[in-house]
Design a binder for this molecule. Structure first.
Ligand code: BGC
Length: 490
């Protein structure tokens, strides 16, 4: 291994970090946040009874809210990292509605929100409205990162929505009569822009690198196309899926503008505001390469999962009838506001088999279950796919990239070290042999955490967590990551 590490010299300034999300790590010590859709969703008895969610509760989590000093110290000292990806939960900052904070909203001729103006006066209102102890705690966490020399990549929205915006149970039970409908309604885009402006203004002195949204295609796909996914609001409705995806794409652009406007303070070479989105292109392959139907199904899944959303955000191509042709009225360059980098979350290869279609007009498909090289999630380990996706994203969108997530659920700690090394090698090849500008790598995750619908059973941490005592224990991969990170830090 020493030989491999010596041979890998990453570009100067490369960010080495771990990735986390607020809801998955914070609770367990200190103040519980019951004010989000995910909190209510995870507690809902029908969801638990129907096996949609595990029954594990986020308030029994790792307790980063209080234990952050020791966790960040691990990242710095034991992993040799120089960066850290974290998110802020919107419901912690604004547990109560911000509807009445006035902003000026501009719509395009088709009724899409194309600009939101937050005035100084409205910012003062937001500052008064924000939950002060949460603001204070996030500031302490960010200051600790700075003190340790960890460059923060801050995600504004990593899935939980405030309850006053989204009632997931009412939506699950009767979405057409529900009133708080999250990303289905454009009003959420307006509230998101206030929240984004507030975060950029409040923490801009400590943060330069932002991701607006984490994996929008999981929010819309798992939430609105697959009742059994265990994600709120658990619907299957193609029109809602398209509407939510479109609103998320618009929300990225509007939030991008807010962060650029309100963060005027540089704290690193990336400053004042380097703003991207985090997407999750996986490697898709037809189950049988000689079957025309499988090939077609795989190509459809690849298009819709990997490309469709980024085309909206980066090119303003809103292919809303999903026919792969951008008609004149689907061209919306005014909604593509910008994206300084693309975050790539890469986990697996998926083999796709044609199946009966559930949506008229679209090819049906199923994912063939993993049989070899599988993680505890049942995902197939396939490192070369990461190099492929990095090349793919750069070729299509010509933006710098960051690997914002990559990791493995591996309770026995048998495969994690190889997983880490083999994926980092592929990144290295993408940079040095293919010329792809990859700026950083964030391993998912620093510590075991609340894996959404699957709860605590899935162990993604470089450190194991004992949920009773909150004690952390290093996995074997800690040493491996430290060697890689420190060997290439200049
Ligand atoms: C998400 C994380 C999640 C991880 C593993 C990503 O889709 O951003 O929140 O825990 O994958 O499933």
């Amino acid at each position: 291994m020493v030989f491999i590490l010596d041979a890998m010299k990453f570009p100067e300034g490369f960010l080495w970090g771990t990735a986390t999300a607020a809801f998955q790590i914070e609770m367990g010590r200190g103040e519980v946040d019951p004010n989000s859709d995910w909190y209510v969703w995870a507690h809902d008895e029908d969801n638990i009874r129907n096996g949609l969610v595990s029954g594990d509760l986020p308030e029994n989590g790792p307790g980063f809210w209080e234990l952050y000093p020791e966790d960040l110290k691990r990242a710095k000292e034991e992993l040799g990292n120089n960066a850290f990806r974290m998110s802020i939960d919107w419901s912690r900052i604004f547990p109560d509605p911000t509807w009445d904070v006035p902003v000026e909203v501009t719509f395009d001729p088709d009724g899409n929100i194309c600009h939101v103006e937050v005035s100084e006066e409205s910012m003062r209102l937001l500052e008064r409205r924000a939950h002060q102890s949460s603001v204070q705690r996030y500031r302490e966490i960010l200051e600790e990162c700075r003190r340790l020399g960890l460059t923060v990549l801050l995600t504004l929205y990593h899935w939980p929505l405030p309850l006053w915006i989204h009632d997931p149970i009412a939506c699950r039970d009767d979405v057409f009569h529900a009133t708080r409908r999250g990303w289905i309604d454009q009003s959420t885009v307006i509230e998101f822009s206030k929240y984004a402006a507030f975060i950029a203004k409040t923490f801009g002195d400590l943060v330069d690198v932002y991701a607006t949204i984490n994996e929008p295609m999981v929010v819309s796909g798992a939430g609105y196309l697959n009742k059994k996914s265990g994600f709120p609001p658990g619907l299957e409705n193609i029109d809602l899926f398209i509407r939510v995806s479109k609103n998320l794409a618009i929300a990225h652009g509007i939030a991008y503008e807010q962060v650029k406007r309100w963060d005027r303070v540089s704290s690193s070479n990336y400053g004042p505001a380097y703003v991207g989105i985090v997407h999750c292109p996986q490697y898709y392959e037809p189950h049988d390469k000689d079957s025309k139907d499988d090939v077609e199904a795989a190509s459809f899944v690849e298009y819709i999962q990997n490309e469709w959303f980024l085309n909206m955000v980066l090119k303003g191509d809103f292919d809303l009838n999903i026919d792969r042709i951008i008609d004149r009225d689907e061209q919306r360059p005014n909604l593509a506001k910008g994206c300084d980098f693309i975050g790539i979350n890469y986990y697996m290869r998926n083999r796709i088999k044609a199946a009966e279609s559930k949506i008229p007009g679209f090819p049906g498909f199923e994912i063939v279950p993993c049989t070899e090289n599988c993680t505890d999630m049942g995902w197939e380990i396939y490192p070369w796919g990461l190099r492929y996706e990095l090349n793919w994203a750069y070729k299509l969108y010509r933006r710098p990239l960051m690997v914002t997530e990559n990791g493995i659920a591996d309770a026995k700690d048998e495969k994690r070290s190889d997983f880490l090394l083999s994926h980092i090698r592929e990144i290295y090849k993408a940079i040095t042999e293919d010329g792809v500008p990859v700026k950083g790598y964030f391993h998912w995750s620093l510590i075991d955490n609340f894996e959404w619908a699957r709860g605590f059973k899935m162990k993604f941490g470089l450190y194991k967590v004992n949920y009773e005592t909150k004690e952390r224990t290093p996995t074997k991969a800690v040493q491996v990551y430290k060697q890689i990170a420190t060997a290439s830090l200049h």
